[in-house]
Design a binder for this molecule. Structure first.
Ligand SMILES: [Zn+2]
Length: 111
């Protein structure tokens, strides 16, 4: 399922729906200020393009939040990968393709 593309008309509709407020800092977005539509809960987690989840945000506010979200998504992925043991064998120390090896004393060193 692809991320929804918002037309200009839709962007204006959602902007008006939320009275032109940035959902992150709760300030009004002024004329001429850069803003964009933002998924309140990251789209990657919910695939939710509804009006409840898509709100306008200042570009600068969005950038900060996106960095946070990306970190959260990466962390969730990492934890899940570890949980299901999806870590590729090559990343294990001593694995055939690993640049790391485990010495007899148990220390992990570069090959
Ligand atoms: Zn803002």
């Amino acid at each position: 399922m692809a991320r929804k593309h918002f037309s200009r008309k839709e962007r204006v509709r959602i902007f008006d729906l939320h009275r032109g407020r940035c959902h992150i800092c709760d300030e009004k977005i002024q004329v001429g200020e850069a803003w964009e539509l933002e998924h309140v809960v990251p789209w990657e987690l919910t695939r939710d393009d509804s009006d409840d989840n898509v709100k306008p945000a200042h570009f600068s506010c969005h950038k900060v939040k996106t960095a946070d979200d990306t970190a959260a998504i990466r962390k969730a992925d990492r934890i899940r990968a570890k949980h299901i043991r999806a870590v590729p064998p090559s990343s294990f120390p001593g694995g055939k393709n690993s640049k790391w090896k485990r010495t007899l004393s148990g220390k992990v060193v570069l090959r």
